[in-house]
Each structure stands twice: as C-alpha cells, then as structure tokens.
Write a protein that binds this ligand. Structure first.
Ligand code: ADP
Ligand code: MG
Ligand code: MG
Length: 887
C-alpha cells in the first residue's frame, strides 16, 4: 500500500517531490536537531490521488490518525482535549515554492469546548484564547468553506467600533468572545451549517481545502506563468502550533542568512514582537530589523544566529527562514534555499567559493545566463525614491521611460515626431503592433507572461510590464489607487521587476556592462568581481566556442571586448543600404551586362573597405562573411510608395524616367512570398558577378590587411542552400577566384532550409563548415512566417500548450532540433573535420545553448550583447552539479 503520511523524523529535503519543499525542509531541520514543533506531512501522492478521484484515497484517514497519535504523544497533548488541547496548523507546500498561492489554516483544534483549555495552558490568558478561536473561524471559514473574507472583516470592524478602538489589541476577552459568536453566525449564514466543533473534522476538512487550493484560480495562473507543471500537487503539513502572540517575550519573524538583494554577508531579517506569523507575512503591522531582537532577547537571538549558521553550512547556500518565539523559546517554522536577485546570486556564489563552501564548478552551476542578461540591462536609479504607481508582471526586461499613450496609432504618430512613448493598453492585439514597435515600452493591465503583449515584446526585445491589475485603463487616461494619469504624462516602467513609476526616472548603465566595456575595474564592485571570476571559470571549462553576429567594425570591436572568439555571422546586406542605394539601383536596373559589371565594379571598393575595417577589428580571429541574402527588391523603395510617386509625376505631366524604371523593376520582381523567393544562393546563381564581387572584396581586403600586418581568417558563407549542386557552383567559382588572388579562405554554408539538413551528408562534401540559421530553419520547419505569426496567434498557442515558449525564442528540440541533429551527424559522417556552429538568434538563448552543446556543435554565434551570456551558459553546459538545492 502506498505510504501517504511521513512523520518529520521520516522525511528529508531529498524527498521534495513527495513532501513538498516546506515538508522536506521541516523534516531536514528536525533531523538536524533544530527546534521544530512536532508534525507530519501528507504527501503529494495523496493530493494527486485525491484530486483525481475527488475523494480521499483509501486508508489515508487511518494513516493520518496513526501519525496524529504519535504527534499527540510528542506534544504531550491531545487534539480536542478540553482540558489541555493540542492545536495544529495545516499548511500547504508544493515542490516549488508558490508564495501566497495556496492556503494555510492556523489554530485547528479550537472549539467552544477547548477554548478554555487553551486559556488554562497560557496561565489564564482568556483574551489570547478567544482571539485564537476567532482567527480559526475566520481562516477556516474563508479558505475551507469559501465564506467571503469581507463578512468577517466587517464584523471585526463593528466590534472595534463598539469597543471604541481602532486596534485589534484594543479588544478584550469579552469583546472577542462576542466576536466569536458573531463569526459563527456569519459562518452559518454563508454555509448553511454550524462551524464544526469536532477537532478531527476540522483537521480533515482543512487538509482537503489545502488539496483543493492546488487548483485554485491564483495557483493555476501562477503555475502557468512560472512554467510549473500542473500535475505535481501539493503536500500538506500538520504542525503543532506555537504562539508568538503570548506577550512581549513572544514574537515572530523572517530572516535570510545573507542579504537576498545584494548578497552582502550577514543575516538580514524582520521581527515583530507579540505577533503571529501571518501578521508578518501579510504585512499588517510594521516590523523591526532583526537586530532589535538582540536587545530584547539576547538568548533567543544568539540561538537563532547559531541555527542560521548551521543551516547555511548544511545547505551550503543562502537560506531563508520563518521562526516564532513563544515566551522566550525559539521555534523554527520553515526554511529553504532562499530566492535572491540576480546580483545576489553572483555575489553569494563567489563568496561561498571564498569561504571554501563550494568550488568554482558549483558556483558556475548556481548562476544562470538569464541572471547575467538581467544584470546587463540598464536599470533605474532609485536613489531619488521615485513614486511607485503600480506593480505588474515583469514580462520583458529593460528600463523604459516615456509619455503614456493609449492607442497604437497615436503612439506611432508621436514616436514618428521623435517623442518617447509608453503604449498603455488593457491588453494588446495584433492591431496594436505598429504602436508596440514605436513605443519604448509596453504596459498592460491584464494578462500574464504568455499574453500577446508579453510574447511580442520579448520577440522584439522591448521592455514590457503586463497584468498590472490595479491600473484601470480608459481611453485617454488610466487610474490607479485613486490617481489619474492622463495621455502624455510620463511614466517609467521596469520590465525586470514589473514596477511602474510616475515621472521620468533616471536610467543608469549597468556596472557589469561598464566592466565588459573596460571602463570599470573588476575590483570596483563586489558584483563585478563575482561576474569576472565566475565567467573566467566558464571560459576555462567550456567546450563550445562563442562568436558574435556583427556587421560593422564597432559591433565587432564591442563583441571582442565582450569576449567573442570571432565573428560567426557578418551580414553583408546592411552594406548596400544608405548612400549606396543608388549603386544597388543601378545594379538592379542594368539593362546590359556591361552596365551591370560597371555597377558591381563601383560597389567593389566600398565592400572591400567594409571588410578591411572588420578584419582589422578582429585581427587574428575568424570572420564569417555571409554572401548577400535578402531579395534584391528590399533595396528598392516599396511598391505602393513608388506607384503613388510615379502616378503623381505623370498626372502633373512631369514623368521621371528613373522612377518609372524603378517601378517597373519592383513590379517585375514582386513576390507573393519573398522569404521563399529569389534570395540567398538563388540570387547569386541568377545575377552574374554579384557573389564574385563580394568574394573578390573579401580576398582583396585580406591581402590589404596582411600587408599591414593584420592576421585575417576569412570564411565565406553561402546562404539558403538546399541542394549540394547550388553550393558546388558557388564554391567552384569562389575557389577559382581566391586561388587566382593567392588567398585562402574556408567556404561553407548556412543550414537553414530543411532540405539542406536532410541532405547534409552530401552538402558536407562541398562545405568546410556549417552554420545553422535557426530563424529560417524554424520558419521553414514549422511553416511559420515569423512576422505574421507572433502577433497573430502565438498567444493562443502558448495558452493551449502547443509550445511552452515561442520556438523563435528557444529552439524547438523535438522538431527543428531534430533537423539540427541529423545535419550534424550526417555532415560529420561525410566529413569528420566539418566545423559547425549556429548563427540564428537561438545562439544567445540559454536553453538553446545547452541543446547545441549536446548536439555537438563547435560554437554558437549571437549578438555582441549576448556574448557574455553565451560564454556563461556554455560553461554551465560543461560542469556537473555537485549537489545544490538552489533551484
Ligand atoms: P506560506 O507558505 O504562505 O509561507 P506557511 O505555511 O508558512 O505559509 O504559514 C504562514 C505563517 O503561519 C507562517 O509564516 C508561520 O509564521 C505561521 N505558522 C504556520 N504554522 C505554524 C505553527 N505550527 N505555529 C505557529 N505559527 C505557524
Ligand atoms: Mg511560510
Ligand atoms: Mg536566413
């Protein structure tokens, strides 16, 4: 038979799946000999069985009975005993912490019969006993029976008014006794039955309520946002009550073994004398710093310090705890490896290395690329204490400042005038796209991390706070807690914390970025020192190389400062824009071979100069140059704009031959699906001399650099290849040309068309290297047009769980990833020395980097800003955890 109940003595933190985090850690503390009130845990198995069947699993009630007896023996009291009653708390606790999402019921076991016994236990404290009883009815009524909390709040306010007080403490025993009577009426009015007087019945109903709270609305929403599986269930902990509200020598608090915000050493906590834990957690009364306890009760304080040190040494990490002092006696009510900010994660990991608690591998394992990315965003300078308006969900990081605008069209119009705007919407839809693109940031009052606003903002790398539900959005203004913010008023939104501020909060560059840029010394700041140290270790252990996608010498130089080991993708199309457009127009409009050759000859020196600057910036490191990729008409004005211009000119009787020719060309080249049309290698094979010009520019730039003592390692990459014959044709021409100029370069291909992945064995014969273009591979693998689908239906797909995260954000391992694996395996089989990388945006995504490591790639290439993140994650791929509970 399945064992559904574990005494604290039988559990441990390793049993988190079964006992939940809270239960496992309570057991761990009990077994360390720390002062934990006796108790037991009903497993997540029992919860799952209950939620499946709608009834308690067979045997559970008896098993609880047995453990209850043991608990009664340990506590020296019996549940429901009128003379000396045992009271317990019934506490939820899932595998992953879901703060405030599920229920806890305190003081279970109080009834008309036992309330006097509780008073006797506490030396005749009637007031305390009746206060505890009314708290039970209130909590039980609300969480177990769904009685609206306001009904009780109202009655409490009435009682206070009648007693002429505004404070709970102003109610004496008689008043509280009257309040209990009133509460029981309320209970009956709402449930149609009496508040249960049988202690075991209270207990059983409370356990069931905790089970049910797993599927409560808040919990479901939270799980979806945090990607916590829906089928884990919660454990239930039954713990003997201890009381922090028995007078000034009692109290309750929360504490961290180090500062969870900065990682600074030394305990950090809050304490509230003469209070029960729920008062601190609910923030009802103002707490004092924990150090105050040292003055009030030195003995308890010292014991707490010893325990906290012991916990840290045991967990080998920052712990947070909840404790209660009952008449001078310290009780531990909870601990876990504590949540911390990204900065604290780095600082603490480095400190623990210094202290000899963990090694550098473990430190590397305990920080994440996502945390490093967060530390690289500019942040608000909060020293001037800006006014906080609201709090929403941190959906897409960054710090954005601008005038609020409530309509996408108006947002786009204002932005076009050079204004910074924040688009504020109840929720966004595809019609809002132009406004979202134009805005500095996006703020919504509804929806979570998978809402339209969140998905699209992350795709665009734009700051977004969503689901700020206290904000009421109207057209032209929003209100929040009685304040009104009108269109045009300035707000600041923090996409890393979800906070919304009134006014323009100054933005600071991240110290971590200043360090990478070389303008801040690593010793200047403990955070920077920690990043420096852990990243150096990542570089030491990683197998994957990290390159950058960079098209200009500035980007290349920055990438190099950020630690890139080369350029994995230089897009050459950007080099055909701006003032070079007329040259490209000449190329496209060329009527004869001669005209075309002339246009190309004019482009050549410009292109050569581009490459020279890039090679110089990357002196000694490989540079992969991708031959021109997009359809040529992207270099011409848009069709509708041209058509209007030509029509106007002609109606005015002033026809312009050049415009007319351009229009004809654009019309001729119009494609229904340009992404699937004449582009990439197809273009190179159709427009004679185009690729040759680029290859010649590479060769000539290489020669010119060499003469200046610069070491150049050029790689020429052919885009959009689907068949080996395409690549062979380009490769032959390239090798001939390079050979004639005495330059050596690797020639390879992108793998971005599914057919290329499936025929990689053949393609490898003509390629020195592969680089996966995972954006196109995802588009073509799924048949998604990225620009259309993200705004149109990804929200729905995420809701339906068709994927947990957009396949453009993180590689789809099962589908697109399978194409990658096939190409790697077959490519290497044909050519064992084939060098393989990835240059799609996935190259900078932590989860994808782990996939590429597993798939055996040689390097990832990503935007310069993501390079440190990729270095860190590549390092993390290579270290094996040595046992930490942190996540
Ligand atoms: P959460 O998961 O929301 O933190 P808990 O189960 O920790 O909920 O309970 C909330 C608070 O109730 C705790 O912080 C603690 O102070 C108080 N509490 C829980 N169990 C007991 C107990 N047995 N004795 C005294 N206080 C308790
Ligand atoms: Mg708690
Ligand atoms: Mg591509």
């Amino acid at each position: 038979m399945t064992k559904y109940v574990y005494d604290f003595a039988e559990g441990s933190k390793e049993l988190k799946d079964l006992l939940g985090g809270k239960g496992g850690n309570l057991a761990e503390m009990a077994n360390l000999g720390l002062p934990v009130p006796p108790g037991f845990t009903v497993t997540t198995d029992a919860c799952r069985a209950y939620l499946r069947g709608g009834d308690e699993p067979f045997g559970l009630a008896d098993e609880i009975g047995l453990h209850l007896e043991r608990l009664e023996r340990q506590a020296g009291r019996r549940l429901g005993d009128p003379a000396d009653p045992l009271l317990v708390s019934v506490r939820s606790g899932a595998k992953f912490s879901m703060p405030g999402m599920m229920e806890t019921i305190l003081n279970v076991g109080l009834s008309d019969a036992t309330v006097a016994g509780l008073a006797a236990q506490t030396g005749g404290d009637d007031r305390f006993a009746w206060d505890s009883y009314r708290r039970l009815i209130q909590m039980f009524g609300r969480t177990v029976c769904g009685v609206p909390g306001e009904a009780f709040e109202q009655a409490l306010d009435d009682a206070k008014r009648a007693a002429g007080t505004t404070d709970d403490l102003g109610l004496d025993a008689a008043a509280l006794r009257g309040l209990v009577t009133r509460y029981r009426e309320i209970f009956r009015e709402h449930t149609g039955r009496d508040f249960p007087q049988d202690a075991r019945e209270q207990l059983d109903q409370s356990i069931r309520a905790v089970f049910n709270s797993w599927n409560g609305e808040r919990a479901v929403l939270y799980r979806r946002q945090e990607h916590i599986p829906a089928d884990l269930g919660t454990a239930v902990n039954i713990v003997a009550m201890v009381f922090g509200n028995l007078g000034p020598d009692s109290g309750t608090g929360v504490a961290f073994t180090r500062d969870p915000a900065t990682g600074a050493p030394g305990v950090y906590g809050d304490y509230l004398a003469n209070a029960q834990g729920e008062d601190v957690v609910a923030g009802i009364r103002n707490t004092v710093p924990l150090q105050q306890l040292a003055a009030d009760d030195k003995r308890a304080y010292d014991e707490l310090m010893v325990i906290m040190a012991k916990l840290e040494a045991h967990y080998r990490d920052l712990c947070d705890i909840e404790f209660t002092i009952e008449r001078g006696k310290l009780w531990m009510l909870q601990t876990r490896v504590g949540k911390r900010t990204a900065a604290a994660a780095f600082v603490i990991a480095a400190q623990l290395v210094d202290e000899g608690v963990i090694d550098l591998d473990e430190a590397l394992h305990r920080v994440t690329g996502a945390q490093l990315a967060q530390l690289m965003f500019p942040a608000f300078d909060l020293t001037q204490a800006p006014e906080r308006l609201a709090r929403g969900i941190a959906a897409s990081p960054g710090a954005a400042v601008g005038a609020v605008v409530f309509d996408a069209k108006r947002a786009a119009a204002r932005a076009a005038r050079g204004e910074r705007v924040i688009l504020v919407r109840r929720e966004t839809n595809p019609d809002d796209l132009p406004g979202m693109i134009a805005a500095q940031g996006i703020l919504t009052s509804r929806g979570g991390k998978t809402s339209h606003a969140a998905v699209v903002a992350r795709g665009m790398g734009k700051t977004c706070v969503c689901g700020a539900d206290r904000i009421e959005v109207h057209d032209g203004h929003f209100t929040v807690d009685g304040r009104t913010v009108a269109e045009g008023d300035v707000v600041s939104i923090d996409g890393s914390t979800g906070t919304v501020y009134l006014g323009a909060v100054p933005v600071q560059e991240s110290p971590v970025v200043r360090y990478f840029e070389g303008t801040l010394s690593p010793d200047a700041d403990p955070l920077v020192a920690a990043v420096d140290r852990i990243l150096a270790h990542a570089d030491k252990v990683r197998r994957l190389g990290v390159r950058a996608n960079a098209d200009t010498e500035d980007d290349a130089a920055r990438a190099r400062r950020f630690g890139a080991q080369g350029i994995g993708l230089c897009r050459t199309e950007h080099m055909f824009l701006g003032e070079r457009r007329p040259l490209v127009e000449r190329l496209i409009l060329a009527g004869t071979d001669d005209e075309r050759d002339k246009a190309l000859a004019d482009l050549l020196p410009l292109q050569r100069a581009d490459f020279e600057r890039l090679f110089e910036a990357m002196n000694g490191l490989p540079v992969t140059i991708r031959l021109i990729d997009p359809p040529l008409h992207e270099f011409l004005p848009p069709l509708d704009e041209l058509a209007v211009r030509v029509a106007l000119e002609e109606s005015r009787g002033e026809p312009d031959g050049h415009d007319r020719a351009l229009l004809d060309a654009v019309q001729r080249m119009h494609e229904e699906n340009p992404m699937l049309g004449l582009r990439g290698v197809r273009l190179g094979l159709v427009v004679p001399g185009l690729f040759a010009m680029q290859i010649r520019a590479v060769a000539e730039a290489t020669i010119a650099c060499r003469e200046r003592g610069i070491t150049v390692r050029p790689e020429i990459m052919v885009p959009l290849v689907g068949a080996v014959q395409e690549l062979e044709a380009v490769r032959e021409e390239a090798l001939r040309l390079l050979g004639s100029l005495g330059v050596q370069a690797r020639v390879g291909t992108m793998i971005e068309v599914p057919r290329a992945a499936l025929t990689a064995g053949e393609i490898a014969r003509a390629a020195d290297f592969f680089s996966f273009g995972t954006n196109d591979l995802t588009q073509m693998g799924w048949g998604f047009s990225r620009d259309d689908v993200e705004g149109a239906f990804f929200t729905r797909y995420l809701e339906l769980g068709i994927f947990g995260v957009s396949p453009f954000e993180s590689i789809d391992r099962d589908g697109v990833g399978r194409l990658v694996r096939i190409a790697v395996d077959e490519g290497r089989r044909a050519r064992p020395d084939l060098h393989i990388g990835v240059c799609g945006e996935h190259g900078g995504d932590p989860a994808s980097i782990h996939f590429f490591h597993d798939a055996g790639l040689d390097y990832v290439s990503c935007s310069p800003f993501r390079v440190p993140v990729a270095r860190l994650e590549a390092g993390r791929c290579s270290v094996v955890a040595t046992g930490s509970d942190s996540r």
